[in-house]
Design a binder for this molecule. Sequence first.
Ligand SMILES: N[C@@H](CCC[C@H](N)C(=O)O)C(=O)O
Length: 298
Amino acid sequence: MHGLGNDFMVLDATREAIALAPGDIRAMADRHFGVGFDQLLLVERAPHASVDFGYRIFNADGGEVEQCGNGARCFARFVREQGLTDKDHIRVQTCGGAIELHITGHGDVRVDMGVPRLLPAEIPFDAPAPALSYPITVEGEALELAVVNMGNPHAVLRVDDLGRAPVARLGPLLERHPRFPARVNVGFMQILTPERIRLRVHERGAGETLACGTGACAAVVAGRRLGWLGRDVTVGLPGGELQVTWPGEGHPVSMLGPATRVYDGLWLWPDAARAGEAQDAKVHAALATIAVDRQKRA
Ligand SMILES: N[C@@H](CCC[C@H](N)C(=O)O)C(=O)O
């Protein structure tokens, strides 16, 4: 699936628990020797009664992370299309907190991403005191950035010309800057008007992606706190547009955008150690399930 080109492999772990080592995920995420994706999304049974599902997220580098906004929209579409729920309002638990997904009449998904956390320790970011933006030095270059935790950590830099923004050079350096002990996603934001921005994001554990949902929310929060943006903002990303609304401090952020299913597949580990005699039967059963699911969706 993908959300504006930020692409995912989505696995249904509600019927059977799925345990993957970081090396397994890296192998699947490889765009040449695997399936290829920015993030792997695991759909799990609800861990407690106040949510409908558990939602786990792994970056292409195999690391588990707390939140993924584009993934959340795909998650909603996946659980509906797989017949795992018939609800239009779905509450899911991630390790970055609970979020709410609303499938709209037009097929887009609105996600209530929760209240952003802004204190340095909550990012986490090493700073002596809270501020709207912070000076930071990268290889002798002085920069100014804002920090926002949208369930996962984000740094946001304002640039004048997004086409010339040094995303490939500064993104990886800031991702692993010692002042971000959990590493960080890095957004480069160009403000066109108070209602419209352009954004590119270097994602922690995945590199630059075509879109980042939490990155879009973090940019709007940072821009609004700094007095540059209004409440409702259209965020133009390389893969398309998201609508982000943030009334202000203490309020949740809402994100609206599309979710697209690309294809159904069956992953078979090539090594003999994992392929048992029951493999053939499993393949047939899985293919039958895919066919039934497809019929249901049609
Ligand atoms: N693509 C995502 C964010 C995925 C996780 C991120 N790379 C991290 O490490 O926190 C989105 O749409 O929000």
